[in-house]
Design a protein around this ligand. Structure first.
Ligand code: ADP
Ligand code: SR1
Ligand code: MG
Length: 408
């Protein structure tokens, strides 16, 4: 089928020919509305006019970056990787990924479950909403997705097949290389240059060679380590949540990359939210809940990852009988500690890129009072720097919390 960019009218004609969608809506009259608020794609809600409880989401990639417009071309193949990742993640643990009703790589389009009772997590966190099941659920999601797509679970050829299926997501990997690890640390036309101009914190960041060397090390890990299938953009805007459930959406940046990258993205976004509450709401109780949540997410991740591993004796990495039990156990504990260390480094890069780089986050760039915004930015850069400079020596989650608490 030849690619065609759909709109809220032509989507209806398209869906009429899709069997699974017809079975969902039966003979109901349907209507579409565009609801996308992301940076890259168009997202439509398609609703039944006969039964308002029935709705589906249609997401289509266009051959440019939505938030900039047609002047910024971007291959729509990103949707191919989003579809493949959604299917892969769903096959590992269906509870955390929207159900797919239809996908079409030629049309760069996916039709999926409408998460009607869920909100984008970032929005909830800004409103100080506590999600009590979150640490349990997201730690299961991250440990399962990372473990079962890694060489600790897969055989050697299966792992290489997985890499072949995902690692031509070149344009989006390049976007991350540029935006997360490079441009936000230097003078660049894509930065938020109104804010960079005459800003001593920006000047200091861009001149911080000690920091930039460490960022380069982390960028190199991002570019060369093929540990596991990543979501690739696991910020709190890619999580839809309510008090009971957690769903992860939007994996178009998926590729086989370093274990610590998704965990780092999540950590960075939780800390950015903490900073918002330090500076704007000063909600001490919520800040404490965020810190506890960070600790729980990381500790539970390690525990669950090790549990999955204990059930797998043979893999690309390990042959049963290769090592004595206690040595193997020590090896595994060290392995997971190294994942956490890298997560902290990646979190630092992810935090810093939100300060002056393109695509800020609401928690910081959305602060209208300029003095408070600068205060949040300074705090963000301070914690990011500590994370990046110290990540290789971090031994426990308590040390991570200490860095966060002691800043400011
Ligand atoms: P982009 O790739 O452009 O970032 P997203 O996948 O993040 O797009 O989707 C943009 C917005 O659409 C989300 O912030 C969310 O509000 C809404 N959305 C996306 N998928 C769903 C879904 N399955 N159910 C409900 N809303 C969704
Ligand atoms: C120009 S795209 C900017 C950012 O949006 C996505 O959510 C990723 O984080 C990307 O870096
Ligand atoms: Mg998004």
């Amino acid at each position: 089928m030849e690619y065609k960019q759909l709109d809220k009218t032509t989507i209806i004609d398209y869906l009429e020919n899709i069997q699974s969608v017809r079975e969902f809506f039966l003979s109901d009259t349907i209507e579409a509305d565009e609801i996308g608020d992301g940076n890259l794609n168009f997202v439509y809600i398609v609703k039944s006019l006969d039964d308002p409880s029935k709705a589906l989401i249609v997401k289509q990639a266009v051959p440019y970056l939505r938030c900039v417009g047609e002047d910024f071309p971007l291959g729509r193949e990103r949707m191919t990787y989003e579809i493949r990742a959604l299917e892969k993640f769903y096959s590992i643990f269906p509870n955390f990924v929207p159900r797919i009703y239809h996908s079409n790589e030629d049309m760069s389009l996916v039709v999926m479950e409408f998460l009607d009772n869920h909100v984008i997590m970032r929005k909830g966190l800004i409103q100080s909403v506590k999600y009590v099941n979150f640490s349990e659920q997201i730690s299961t999601y991250m440990s399962a997705m990372l473990f079962y797509t890694s060489s600790l679970a897969l055989g050697s050829s299966e792992k290489r097949t997985l890499i072949d299926r995902f690692n031509s997501n070149t344009e989006l990997c390049k976007l991350t290389e540029d935006l997360v690890f490079s441009f936000a640390f230097m003078e660049h036309e894509t930065n938020d240059n109104e804010n960079v101009k005459d800003n001593p914190h920006a000047k200091k960041l861009f001149a911080d060679m000690e920091l930039k060397e460490k960022v380069l090390d982390l960028k190199y890990k991002f570019m060369t380590q093929n540990d596991a299938l990543l979501h690739g953009d696991l910020h709190t805007g890619s999580i839809m949540i309510n008090e009971e459930e957690t769903y992860v959406i939007d994996p178009e940046f998926a590729f086989v990359g370093p274990f610590g990258f998704d965990i780092g993205a999540l950590l960075a976004n939780l800390v950015n939210n903490y900073i918002h509450h330090c500076v704007v709401t000063k909600d001490e109780e919520f800040k404490e809940w965020l810190l506890e949540t960070i600790k729980e997410v990381l500790d539970k991740f390690s525990e669950k990852f090790l549990n999955f591993w204990s059930e797998h004796k043979d893999s690309a990495l390990l042959v049963d009988g290769y090592m004595q039990a206690n040595s193997l156990n020590n090896y595994k504990i060290r392995f997971v500690k190294n994942i956490l260390k890298d997560s902290v480094g990646f979190a630092g890069c992810k935090m810093a890129r939100r300060v002056y780089g393109v695509a800020g986050v609401e928690e910081i760039r959305g602060i209208e009072d300029i003095t408070l915004r600068h205060e949040a930015e300074a705090l963000c850069l301070e914690i990011a720097r500590e994370f990046i400079m110290k990540y290789e020596t971090i031994e426990s989650t308590d040390e991570i919390l200490e860095i966060i608490r002691n800043a400011g």
